[in-house]
Design a protein around this ligand. Structure first.
Ligand code: DOR
Ligand code: ZN
Length: 425
């Protein structure tokens, strides 16, 4: 195993130091470290962060390998500075059995670029009718702890209650896609002034807020853990704030796109901006940013949702919702939060690792810690070219935008997955 000496690097925004990586761990930190056998990486001006952890990634395998595979998504993740991703269950077949979650987990290990932690479905086939085999998935080799029907809401309150009760036994968490389906039938975009003007059926903020309000009450009643996926409205932030103040065990995520883009993008009718939940108003964006800084929203999660060309480059009404996210998330975070490295480490690595229970991830580089880390050039600016992305899909909403920051290197347990900004394998 090659040793690496990263010199002059700022660890999470601190004073420049050297980092020695050997045998899978951070072997030493300090000034003027030497190691004859180590490959030296001059990181003057660069920042080292704990490897990023994504709680919400769609990898599309099994079933839609034309859009993404575990391997291509893992490579996109590594290039984005991630060392672990949680793979959503809405594959085909759905990840609702021990067999499917073990398959995804095994594919992740074979790719070896990030740790792929499968998420299990809450209900059989995501149909919202019967609980899936949560216990069998938890006991499987994949050791599933997060369950989600993401893409669909667990709308039946009785099923949601039973799911929360079930996972309590092994401190699991239900990650809810909060969307009251009766309020969003036929919805094409955020319900508001822009949808009225464009004549598109709206997805009202209350459809999200009503489910979050119900679910925090259920989680409180059961005493179980709830995680809210892709929070998108100012009203949801207020519901979460109140629940947290009461001590409810609830965590929440926001996506990069909901932190940056607004519903006015729909005016272009370019389906690359179609996503679920939809892009909201500038006031919602401002509330989400404030909630993230404050901690009412715990983490940034990408909702990386690759889609094949035929599912995206068509009429708005027929296009699938979803956007790529893994390769641009850190840049969007830098753009939105500025170089607040401790906050970025908290929201994109330490807290998501804790929510997912991923030991060895989310730890700041320090002696003895597993060398899961990423090295960022904060001064770099790059133009996003869809054709250059490692994802098999091209549906980035940031095409040809200039974004700050570049991932220079990523290490997974001491092995580089990215060097010089390029994937190692
Ligand atoms: O935009 C979305 N795309 N939202 C979801 O909830 C699911 C995801 C997907 O799977 O494409
Ligand atoms: Zn979702």
């Amino acid at each position: 195993m090659t040793a690496y000496l990263i010199t002059g690097v700022s660890v999470v925004g601190g004073e420049p130091t050297d980092l020695l990586i050997r045998d899978g761990v951070v072997a030493g930190t300090g000034h003027g470290l030497a190691a004859d056998d180590a490959t030296v990486i001059d990181a003057t001006g660069l920042v080292a962060l704990p490897g990023l952890v994504d709680l919400h990634t769609h990898l599309r395998e099994p079933g839609r390998e034309d859009a993404e595979t575990v391997e291509s998504g893992s490579r996109a993740a590594a290039l984005g500075g991630y060392t672990a991703v949680c793979a959503m269950a809405n594959t085909s077949p759905v990840a609702d059995t021990a067999g499917v979650v073990e398959q995804v987990w095994r594919l992740g290990r074979e790719a070896g670029l990030v740790d792929v932690q499968p998420i299990g479905a809450v209900t059989v086939g995501l149909a919202g009718e019967r609980l899936a085999e949560l216990g069998a998935m938890a006991d499987s080799a994949a050791r599933v702890r997060i369950f989600s029907d993401d893409g669909h809401c667990v709308a039946d309150p009785r099923l949601m209650r039973r799911a929360l009760e079930y996972v309590k036994a092994f401190d699991g968490v239900i990650a809810q896609h909060a969307e009251e389906p009766r309020l969003t039938e036929g919805a094409q975009m955020h319900e508001g002034e822009v949808s009225t003007r464009l004549g598109l059926t709206g997805w009202p903020a209350v459809a999200e807020e009503a489910i979050i309000a119900r679910d925090v009450l259920l989680a409180e009643h059961v005493g179980s853990r709830l995680h809210v996926c892709h929070v998108s409205t100012a009203g949801s932030v207020e519901v979460l704030r109140q629940a947290k103040a009461r001590g409810v065990r609830v965590t929440a995520e926001v996506t990069p796109h909901h932190l940056l883009l607004t519903d006015e993008r729909a005016e272009s009718y370019d389906p690359v901006f179609k996503v679920n939940p939809p892009l909201r108003t500038a006031a919602d964006v401002a509330a989400l940013r404030a909630a993230l800084a404050e901690g009412v929203i715990d983490i940034i999660a990408t909702d990386h949702a690759p889609h094949a060309v035929e599912d995206k480059e068509c009429e708005w009404a027929y296009a699938r919702p979803g956007m790529l996210g893994l390769e641009t998330a850190l840049s969007i975070a830098l753009d939105v939060l500025g170089p607040r490295w401790d906050l970025i480490a908290e929201r994109m690595s330490r807290v998501p690792a804790r929510i997912a229970g991923l030991a060895g991830h989310g730890l700041d580089p320090a002696p003895g810690v597993p060398a899961n880390l990423t090295v960022v050039d904060p001064a770099a600016r790059r133009v996003i070219e869809p054709a250059e992305l490692a994802s098999r899909s091209r549906n980035t909403p940031y095409a040809r935008m200039t974004l700050p920051g570049r991932i220079v290197a990523t290490f997974l347990r001491g092995e580089p997955t990215v060097l010089d900004g390029k994937a190692v394998k």
